[in-house]
Design a protein around this ligand. Structure first.
Ligand SMILES: [Zn+2]
Length: 175
């Protein structure tokens, strides 16, 4: 059991920081599409993003103009009790590859100012911080996840507050 220094993990993942950036899992997306309704019982209805720019929670980038999407109600991970919440998110109407570089902040969303919201292990909000872009967000996320009381963070839109993705620490399972 040699101790894997963080630098080594980072070096192996091209600029990652011991963080996992988590889109809606592919299995969950398949379940929702197979059911034909979202978790709130709403029928799935395809809509076209004519102008583009809607953040897609399946692959963590903005829609291109003309892309076909579904708007679904979704409960993000890590919230519980009175803090549990469900909100609207866009996903691709058709299967997509998902988010392929979970060790880095999504480049396709990096230009967006966001709110980083931290949760403790009981699903309660522990902090909320406004950030200007992905670089700023990554610094804040790292600081928050270094706190012992924080178990995961959400990255959310400013204004409407909609959930975009979650970030966790890489689990310490040294291979
Ligand atoms: Zn997608």
């Amino acid at each position: 059991m040699t101790k894997q220094p963080l630098e080594q993990i980072v070096a192996g993942t091209a600029g990652a920081s011991g963080l996992i950036f988590e889109a809606i899992p592919q299995a969950r997306l398949r379940e929702i599409k197979a059911a034909g309704v979202d978790e709130a019982g709403n029928q799935l209805t395809v809509q076209v993003d004519t102008e583009g720019g809607s953040p897609l929670r399946c692959c963590l980038r903005e829609a291109d103009p003309g892309e076909r999407m579904l708007l679904i109600a979704y409960t993000p991970p890590g919230t519980r009790g009175a803090y549990a919440e469900r909100g609207p998110v866009f996903i691709h109407a058709e299967p997509c590859a998902g988010y392929l570089t979970p060790n880095r902040y999504p480049p396709g969303l990096s230009h967006r100012p966001q709110v980083v919201r931290a949760y403790d292990q009981d699903g309660r909000i522990a902090a909320g911080v406004m950030v200007n872009d992905g670089t700023h967000a990554t610094t804040v996320i790292r600081e928050l996840l270094a706190r012992p009381d924080v178990s995961l963070v959400h990255v959310r839109n400013v204004g409407y507050g909609c959930y975009n993705f979650a970030v966790r620490r890489v689990p310490h399972a040294s291979n």
